[in-house]
Every structure is written in structure tokens, then in C-alpha cells.
Write a protein that binds this ligand. Structure first.
Ligand code: AMP
Ligand code: MG
Length: 294
């Protein structure tokens, strides 16, 4: 009986840009109109989160916090608080290898990519003084944030996509579509599998494929976005110890129950390298972490 119902589902695929990356959604639905309605709602939920968490959007809630939370408590939305809290906790757990306050350094990296020149030492030093997770305080009781230095830039680029995928999947589920997969760049979250398969098949960037069902898979690393200066490749993930992009070749992949965990741990693992795996694994039970260096 169940199988007969499932067999009537059709596959639909949509693609839009969200948070600066391709965001395909694949769903199985009884009709095109149901697929469209549900996916429209899912994309609009992602847009709403983008408006809260993007550092690119000048009028985002995150950027308002950067301006208004210096030296005083600024109350924030429930979603933004949760993501900041998860990011801050991971920063503490990794001694700042993952750090949501690296925004000023990320901006210097973007400039370096445009000009193909590294920031001068003075600029780098000033920027480093405005980064560091210890400069960000969170108060759960007030659901508020306080920043301890002028000119700080928060950056949730390493965690918000996974979180947005989690929420998009929830929206689809609310519309009754549980057989769905959402991808935002290197972050994928999957619900129930396609009707005719035990799991979703995922092609891997380095070749080959893997499967995923009711869980998340995130890939981070230095192979996709980088700038080459003086024969050295600097990746878009900042090594908070140097303030510059990672220079090692690394690919980190994390499987977890939800997107926020997979996304953030993949970025953390890219900074920490293979040596950081046991520590992350002790802290986050049930996640699978794989790191390739070299
Ligand atoms: P991902 O592709 O998920 O690994 O995230 C990379 C993005 O995270 C970058 O584009 C930055 O926005 C942000 N980011 C860069 N370095 C770090 C870091 N050390 N910790 C946390 N976020 C970072
Ligand atoms: Mg990430």
C-alpha cells in the first residue's frame, strides 16, 4: 500500500541562488503545483534567514548587530541568537579555529582576491585586533549580543548555510513533502529517500559518489575558492592563527544529523586538519569526519 502511494510521487527539481551559492532543491511530490508551492515556501524561508545572517547584505540583522552591539547589549532574533551561540560554542571548543568574528579578515581576503595582493602588515594587524571570539559576548537570558571592539564584523558564512538547509527541509515537511534534498554550495541536507531508492546518491567533487538519507553532509576546504599570490594559494577559510587564508591543501567532509552541525564542523575541520578530528569527534558524538590533506 505504502509503495503504491509512493510510486505516484514525481520528481521535481528547482534551482535558485541563495546566500551567494546555487541552491538546488529536489523533491518528490504528488503534483507539480504542490512541489512549486512547497519549494517557494522553502526558498522564502532561506531568504528570511539570509536577511538575518548575511554579512553581504548591508541591511541584514547581523550587520545591524555589528554596528549596534559595540559596548552594549543588543537583543537579536531567536534564529540569529541560536546560530551565534552554536558558532561561539564551537569557537570555544576549537580554541578559535572556527571563529564567527573573522569577518574583517574575510573582507581583507576578498580584497586580496580582487587586487591579487596580500594586505600590508599594518592593515592585517589592525584587522586581527578586531577579530577573536572572546570579543563577542552572548547573553541567553536577554537573547542579546555584545561586542567588545569597534569595527568588528561577524561572519556566519561557515555555519548559516547548513542551518538554512535544515529549515528549508522543515518547511517542505510541513507541506507533506518528506522525500527531499536541499543543497547550498558544499552543504547538503536530505530527508527521506526517493520512493524507488534506499538513499539519495550524492556526487562528490573529487569524483565518485556517496549516499545520504535523513541527515547532512558538508564539504569544506581550500580547493574551491582561493587566490594565488606569490606562488601561494590562500583559501577563503581564514586561519585565525595567521589572519590569512588557509595555505594548506585540505578537504574536510562531515556527516551529521543536521546541517548546522555538519556545516560548522566541516569548516572547523578544514582549519584544524586531520589532527583535530579526535577532538571534534569526542565533542560531537555520532558525527563522521573525514579530512584529506596534501
Ligand atoms: P564553509 O564553506 O562552510 O567552510 O565556510 C567558509 C566561510 O566561512 C568563509 O567564506 C567565511 O565567510 C567564513 N569563515 C572563514 N574562515 C572562518 C573560520 N576560521 N571560522 C569560521 N568561519 C570562517
Ligand atoms: Mg561550513
Amino acid at each position: 500500500m505504502l509503495n503504491r502511494v509512493a510510486a505516484r510521487l514525481e520528481r521535481f527539481e528547482f534551482s535558485q541562488i541563495r546566500m551567494g551559492v546555487d541552491t538546488p532543491i529536489i523533491v518528490y511530490a504528488p503534483s507539480e503545483s504542490q512541489a512549486i508551492e512547497a519549494c517557494r515556501a522553502a526558498y522564502s524561508r532561506i531568504s528570511q534567514l539570509e536577511q538575518q545572517m548575511s554579512d553581504y547584505r548591508l541591511d541584514s540583522e547581523l550587520n545591524a548587530v555589528c554596528k549596534e552591539a559595540v559596548g552594549r547589549w543588543r537583543r537579536v532574533s531567536r534564529e540569529l541568537f541560536y546560530v551565534l551561540w552554536r558558532a561561539h560554542r564551537l569557537a570555544q571548543q576549537t580554541d578559535g579555529a572556527f571563529d564567527p568574528t573573522v569577518g574583517v579578515l574575510v573582507r581583507l581576503w576578498r580584497e586580496a582576491r580582487r587586487t591579487e595582493r596580500l594586505p600590508d602588515p599594518q592593515t592585517l594587524q589592525e584587522a586581527r585586533a578586531r577579530a577573536g571570539y572572546r570579543l563577542m559576548e552572548l547573553c541567553p537570558r536577554r537573547r542579546a549580543v555584545r561586542l567588545r571592539a569597534e569595527g568588528m564584523q561577524l561572519d556566519l558564512g561557515g555555519i548559516a548555510k547548513g542551518y538554512a538547509c535544515d529549515h528549508a527541509l522543515r518547511v517542505l515537511r510541513r507541506y507533506g513533502l518528506t522525500r527531499a534534498l536541499i543543497q547550498m554550495g558544499g552543504d547538503i541536507v536530505a530527508g527521506d529517500p526517493p520512493p524507488d531508492a534506499p538513499a539519495w546518491r550524492i556526487a562528490l567533487a573529487e569524483g565518485g559518489e556517496t549516499t545520504l538519507v535523513r541527515g547532512a553532509l558538508s564539504t569544506s576546504g581550500s580547493t574551491e575558492q582561493f587566490v594565488e599570490i606569490g606562488g601561494v594559494r590562500y583559501a577563503h577559510i581564514i586561519d585565525p592563527r595567521t589572519g590569512l587564508g588557509l595555505t594548506k591543501l585540505i578537504l574536510a567532509r562531515v556527516r551529521a544529523r543536521d546541517g548546522i552541525t555538519a556545516d560548522s564542523l566541516a569548516t572547523a575541520a578544514a582549519v584544524l586538519g586531520a589532527a583535530g578530528i579526535p577532538r571534534l569527534q569526542r565533542l560531537y558524538k555520532g558525527v563522521q569526519i573525514e579530512v584529506r590533506e596534501g
